[in-house]
Design a protein around this ligand. Structure first.
Ligand code: SF4
Ligand code: SF4
Length: 389
């Protein structure tokens, strides 16, 4: 993707003046969330000032491995994606969908407590913008829109980042989802030296930039500046396609998506599924960190008094034995069948269902798999021994 999602030319903003963006979002009534260092990782949490951003930190990621390290030269957004994504906020892991309290001989439904403020998220990557579009397709269907998701989505303000660094687990370039921020952002920033180039992608973003201009100095980029700004993610994309290691950076992964739907559906009995199952713990971590996975269950949660009951929606995983349980048992009794279900849905069935891949190349499922199972390597192994007639 290119930076053509912008509706105006970029403008320079000194890094300390990024505070004006945060302040303008707060003044507009938003809860502002962005990347922060916590518990040995970069997570999404509340951000009050520029100093909260993880300047000086880089993340080294690989199969089953995530480590932060100090690098004084690292910018505010030189880290890559952590375990959190927009999914954690728009479709949280647990939330009530209905609460009932005893009322005489019957029950009365209590209104749900709305979010205190619309959300603004800083530092959203191209892969996660693409994941948001995928979750929108699921939760904003015209016939069965999810009202809670719809409310949060309507108030969401996105400040995207054009990546200038990739982890070894990133393969957004293979999925055409990055490293440039694609459509869907309100503002996008590109970090260059001690400045940000900031640009609007929506009229909402342009209005916020106008508010920023009352608090800080915005300087228009020259055509040469604009070309340099555009080249930041494009240069990263060229390097990712080259698959060359650089000093201090392992080569990123890639996924050959040629004919991938038919490749996977044509190899449902491939022996490699059993080889994966020998390593897979069926823990479901991959589905939990994936920004596009949307499966959930709804469970009754009565309180001990018996006077109150909540219907709670929780993330579910196709790796659990009782997922899609039906009369007579679950349909996928083996780990091999459950991994095959996950991968074939993500990379093949999703295309039939939604018209796109269910994978944006963020690499989280590789990093956070405790045994380092890597879908790019698994697909390559099946492709290398394609058993189709
Ligand atoms: S399948 Fe893995 S790489 Fe693809 S979007 Fe989900 S977590 Fe990211
Ligand atoms: S692939 Fe990895 S993360 Fe996913 S269920 Fe298996 S062991 Fe867990």
């Amino acid at each position: 993707m290119s930076c053509s999602a912008a509706i105006g030319p970029p403008q320079w903003l000194a890094k300390p003046d990024f505070q004006a963006v945060i302040d303008a979002l707060v003044a507009a009534g938003h809860r502002v969330v962005g990347p922060r260092v916590a518990a040995g990782a970069i997570v999404l949490d509340d951000v009050a000032c520029v100093a909260d951003l993880p300047a000086g930190w880089l993340d080294d990621q690989d199969g089953g491995s995530y480590r932060l390290r100090r690098d004084e030269a690292a910018g505010c957004f030189d880290h890559v994606v952590g375990p959190h994504s927009l999914k954690n906020f728009l479709f949280p892991a647990r939330e009530p969908v209905a609460t009932f309290i005893r009322d005489g001989a019957g029950w009365r439904e209590q209104p749900l407590v709305p979010d205190p403020a619309p959300l603004a998220v800083l530092g959203v990557r191209g892969c996660d913008l693409a994941a948001l579009a995928i979750q929108d397709a699921v939760f904003l269907r015209a016939d069965v829109a999810d009202s809670t998701y719809r409310g949060r989505r309507a108030g969401l303000f996105i400040v995207a980042v054009n990546c200038r660094r990739a982890a070894a687990t990133c393969f957004c370039h293979s999925m055409q989802c990055g490293p440039a921020a694609g459509p869907g952002f309100d503002l996008a920033v590109t970090e260059i030296d001690d400045r940000f180039a900031i640009e609007a992608g929506t009229t909402k973003g342009a209005a916020l930039l106008a508010a920023v201009a009352t608090r800080a100095t915005l300087t228009p980029c020259t055509p040469a500046d604009t070309a340099a700004v555009r080249d930041v993610p494009q240069a990263l994309g060229r390097w990712m396609h080259s698959r060359q290691a650089m000093p201090g950076a392992a080569a990123p992964r890639s996924l050959d998506t040629t004919d991938i739907r038919d490749l996977l559906f044509g190899n449902l009995e491939h022996p490699h599924w059993a080889a994966i199952a020998d390593r897979c713990l069926a823990c479901g971590n991959c589905t939990l960190v994936c920004p596009t996975c949307f499966c959930h269950s709804v469970e009754d949660v009565p309180d001990l008094s018996g006077d109150r009951a909540t219907l709670e929606r929780r993330w579910a995983s196709c790796f659990t034995l009782d997922h899609a349980h039906m009369h007579g048992g679950g349909p996928r009794p083996t780990t091999a069948s459950r991994y095959r279900q996950w991968l074939t849905h993500k990379l093949a069935g999703w295309i039939d269902q939604f018209g796109t891949s269910g994978c944006t190349g963020c690499g989280r499922c590789i990093t956070w798999c405790p045994v380092g199972i890597d879908l790019t390597a698994e697909v390559a192994a099946i492709r290398a021994a394609d058993a189709r007639p």
